[in-house]
Design a protein around this ligand. Structure first.
Ligand code: AMP
Length: 199
């Protein structure tokens, strides 16, 4: 399976991504994790990305696409992958589609969560980019740059939206439900006839 997990910061993408990848044998590609590792290792790329990350802005498409391409070219990714935190804007989504060609994204799961709950969760998490002013900026960036991808994947008939409020187990079950069609189809190219809770 080739999946995109979409959602605002604090929606629980990372936690769910790990479980989904373990359950389906997918490579977990988190651009946030890759960027944080590059910052920690003080690579040139990390140094270039750090300022934008600290401010809650998006890192340049050029940097992020280089990281994603490097990872997706590794042989294990051929068996399937889950993209977590990527794409983050339409330009990235279009670049991804162009790169993948016929072996494109098969499903985008959009995790829905309201701003109040996002703020509560991120303040509790307390990462460096989780201070209130930075969170507000990250939410704005999500709304302006990333949320349009909901319509982008809906237009391609790849979108399933799920409620991200609930226990980790509850949300996991909802995502599994959103993936069941993709799994049963197993690349046969059959019509997607299941109606989900699309938003
Ligand atoms: P995340 O852990 O996915 O919330 O990412 C943390 C930070 O890394 C974001 O606030 C951005 O600064 C940067 N970042 C992660 N993924 C991307 C991406 N696909 N495009 C641009 N910046 C990104």
């Amino acid at each position: 399976m080739r999946l995109v997990l979409l959602g605002p910061p604090g929606a629980g993408k990372g936690t769910q991504a790990e479980r989904i990848c373990a359950a389906h044998g997918l490579v977990h590609l988190s651009t946030g994790d890759l960027l944080r590792a590059a910052v920690a290792a003080q690579t040139e790329l990390g140094l270039r990305a750090k300022q934008a990350m600290d401010a809650g802005d998006l890192v340049s498409d050029e940097i992020v696409l280089a990281l994603v391409r490097e990872r997706l070219e590794q042989p294990d990714a051929a068996a399937g992958f889950l993209l977590d935190g990527f794409p983050r804007n339409t330009a990235q989504a279009e670049a991804l589609d162009a790169d993948l060609g016929e072996k494109g994204v098969e499903r985008c799961v959009s995790m829905l969560l309201d701003d109040e709950e996002i703020m509560r969760r991120l303040l509790a998490r307390g990462r460096k980019d989780d201070q209130e002013s930075v969170i507000r900026n990250r939410l704005e960036v999500y709304r302006d740059e990333t949320a349009p991808l909901i319509a982008y994947y809906e237009g391609k008939k790849l979108l399933r939206s799920i409620d991200a409020l609930g226990t980790v187990d509850e949300v996991f079950e909802r995502i599994q439900g959103a993936l069941s069609v993709v799994e049963s189809r197993a690349g046969e190219g059959a019509e997607d006839s299941v109606s989900g809770a699309n938003a």
